[in-house]
Write a protein that binds this ligand. Structure first.
Ligand code: HEC
Ligand code: HEC
Length: 302
């Protein structure tokens, strides 16, 4: 049998079980042995340099040290090496952290005109503002800024209640907004229907022309805010009624002229109260600046 042949060539430990079961005494492969010795040497060096063994409530600190400086070059940590100090250092001094600091400085010192004209600053502001928008704005306006009819306006269209210039957007974020249209419960019946149809005719909906013509009279009460031509007034947050963009009345989803009329009569009857909270005290100036250009770009701002 072949096992008998090999057992003659290789040394065994001398133990025998069941009459013929023997254990070889092969030496360990040298690559394995040297790797093993290597790990021992590594662990000894590691032990001397780095924090290693727990001793009671303490631990061996190692002789390697680390120094961390803050923005002004002041030393804020100088002591034995540990991963917390390393993280502290990375957060302040890693290439990514330095790039971010540099970007913030750049944006802080630049005008809106300069930021909008610089692809570099825009791409930086975009990347930071995306996170801020997710944290502070998306709950209401949606991650893409698409809004929720009739509660929160769409920021991603090029249609603005309060104006789409950077100054308008910055003011909205800093001070908040109060969208306020009084209700007109005294307008009722045919007069209400006719007025609603007139409003729909402003944006080109095919409505009964005679009814719309009759409704035009009632519109006199609306002009103060929505303008004689229905184009709105950004000072008051009063929307343009002549475009086909709706932020409160769900005209596009109504399906029929009758349904559209219902949406408009609702608004006229009840009025609107919407509020956007102020962020001036919650966000840093440069954060508001980045959000402003982000929202401006999102809507293809003016
Ligand atoms: C609690 C909900 C809420 C949050 C959070 C919120 N908004 Fe608004 N926002 C509103 C409402 C409601 C309006 C509409 C105000 C009105 O009816 O005139 C609005 C309007 C706006 C407008 C004006 C739009 C226009 O058409 O003129 C801008 C710009 C805007 N929000 C930006 C932001 C940004 C940026 C953030 C995050 C920092 C944010 N909003 C967070 C509710 C919110
Ligand atoms: C005091 C100013 C004011 C007056 C007067 C006023 N509105 Fe408004 N109207 C607003 C404002 C502000 C909004 C937007 C509110 C918001 O977005 O929070 C609005 C919104 C609307 C909307 C919703 C538009 C949309 O995009 O969904 C309709 C429709 C409308 N008004 C019709 C009228 C009609 C018709 C009258 C006259 C009977 C009238 N309004 C009178 C200020 C006014």
């Amino acid at each position: 049998m072949s096992t008998n042949n090999t057992s003659k060539e290789v040394e065994t430990t001398g133990h025998v079980w069941d009459g013929d079961l023997r254990e070889y005494s092969n030496p360990l492969p040298s690559w394995w042995l040297w790797t093993f010795y290597g790990t021992i040497v590594f662990s000894l060096i590691y032990w001397v340099l780095y924090p290693t063994w727990p001793i009671g409530n303490d631990f061996t600190k190692g002789i390697k040290t680390i120094e961390v400086k803050d923005e002004q070059g002041k030393v804020i940590y100088d002591g034995h090496w540990n991963t917390r100090a390393l993280l502290l250092d990375e957060m302040r001094n890693s290439p990514a952290a330095l790039r971010q600091k540099e970007g913030i400085e750049m944006v802080k010192n630049a005008s809106y005109e300069q930021i909008l004209a610089s692809p570099e600053m825009m791409s930086f502001a975009r990347s930071m503002a995306k996170g801020l928008f997710g944290d502070y704005c998306a709950a209401c306006h949606g991650t893409g800024g698409q809004g929720v009819l009739p509660y929160f306006p769409n920021l991603a269209d090029d249609d603005w209640l309060w104006g789409g210039k950077v100054e308008n957007i910055q003011k909205a974020i800093t001070s908040g907004l109060k969208g306020n249209m009084p209700g007109f419960p005294t307008i009722q019946g045919q007069a209400l229907d006719d007025l609603a149809l007139y409003v729909l005719s402003l944006s080109g909906e095919k409505v009964d022309a005679a009814a719309a013509e009759r409704g035009k009279k009632g519109y006199a009460m609306c002009m103060g805010c929505h303008g004689a031509d229905g184009k709105g007034n950004a000072m008051l947050g009063a929307p343009n009624l002549t475009d086909k963009v709706w932020t409160v009345a769900n005209v596009p989803g109504a399906g029929s002229i009758e349904g559209m009329k219902q949406e408009i009569t609702n608004v006229i009857h009840k009025g609107i109260k919407r509020e956007m909270p102020a962020f001036g005290h919650r966000l840093k100036d440069y954060e508001i600046k980045m959000l402003t250009v982000y929202v401006h770009e999102m809507g293809g701002g003016k």
